[in-house]
Design a protein around this ligand. Structure first.
Ligand SMILES: [Zn+2]
Length: 336
């Protein structure tokens, strides 16, 4: 059974996501692009699944939190250098209906040595489809005050908006916030001339990143880091660039096992893997993004590492396999 497809189809059957809830690129969208209206938002329909998935690497306890979902048009966000027909054919080959892609937003929580770390913070409290990170942390008994650190992969709204409450306080008041220097520098004087994202989207992105950066700087809890570094026991950060200049990923090691959280090196579980050279408009430099994506997938396909993606189908865990001149996403089995 193709668990990837069956899970996606199961998700399609709930929540009332549809064209009316899809993000449009004509303007007016929020910086955090996971905030689409859902026909069932606020209804009494029970939420499917618990919203978190727990797994272990030795002494390191991890959770994948399903923060939100949303829909994005496949073309031209993916494959603008290949053409719409090629994009639709690639989707059809994997039984994914063309048009609006269901996107996932997976926050990794790591508990090790008495510390609790987050990799990014989801979509935050506003919008029609707000992030559920706090709800799910609550279910797990993890209070916001207990979060000791947040590794910020990059400054896109779907990753940082959850750092702030509705009244603009820090959601995790006791946390350190780790951001790569190149990311800080890029959003201080942003240049989005190398992506064809609509101008309204670029404007929202730059304004949102600027506000987040200002607030984090003012908090005096922001730590600017460079290159690769060990953060804590079993937890290290790797600078990759590509998606954004300061994009960083996280490696978790424990019990002889290893997890590589590649965040936004990939975005879609078919298009990003099968055709890594296809441009993604969310990469601020489409060519650079494609080069980093191929190199990342090449490395992971050859060493068999357990992988997590921020946008791969929840809970986002799996392996990368070689597939012709590209790669394939093979979801991990759930164990409960
Ligand atoms: Zn993202």
């Amino acid at each position: 059974m193709n668990t990837s497809v069956s899970r996606r189809e199961a998700l399609l059957g709930i929540g009332g996501l549809g064209v009316a809830g899809a993000l449009t690129l004509a303007g007016g969208q929020s910086a955090a692009f996971g905030r689409q209206a859902s026909a069932s938002a606020g209804s009494a329909t029970p939420q499917q699944g618990a919203g978190f998935y727990r797994f272990r690497l030795g002494d390191v306890e991890c959770f994948s939190i399903g923060d939100s979902q949303g829909r994005l048009p496949a073309f031209p966000l993916w494959g603008e250098n290949a053409g719409e027909a090629a994009v639709n054919a690639a989707l059809k080959a994997r039984a994914v209906p063309p048009g609006l892609m269901l996107m996932h937003f997976n926050v990794l929580v790591i508990r090790v040595g008495g510390e609790t770390w987050l990799v990014d913070a989801g979509n935050g409290p506003s919008g029609d489809r707000p992030g559920q990170l706090l709800t799910h942390l609550g279910t797990l008994g993890i209070k916001p005050e207990a979060v000791t650190g947040v590794i910020l992969s990059h400054l896109h709204g779907d990753h940082f908006a959850g750092l702030f409450t509705a009244d603009n306080r820090l959601t995790f008041p006791n946390a350190r916030y780790m951001l790569n220097k190149l990311e800080r520098d890029f959003w201080t004087t942003p240049d989005l001339s190398k992506t064809n994202l609509p101008e309204a989207f670029k404007k929202n992105m730059t304004e949102g990143a600027g506000k987040a950066l200002a607030a984090l700087t003012a908090s005096k809890k922001l730590e600017i880091i460079q290159g690769d570094m060990k953060v804590s026991g079993g937890l290290s950060v790797r600078h990759t660039g590509g998606h954004t200049p300061g994009h960083q990923t996280v490696v978790v090691e424990g019990g002889g096992q290893r997890l590589d959280m590649i965040v936004d090196a990939v975005h879609h579980f078919v298009l990003s893997f099968r055709n890594p050279d296809w441009h993604a408009q969310f990469d601020v430099d489409a060519k650079q993004g494609a080069a980093v994506r191929r190199a990342t997938l090449q490395r992971l396909a050859s060493d068999g590492t357990l992988v997590m993606g921020y946008h791969t189908p929840w809970p986002g865990l799996g392996n990368v396999l070689p597939d012709g001149d590209g790669f394939a996403w093979h979801p991990a089995q759930w164990e409960w």
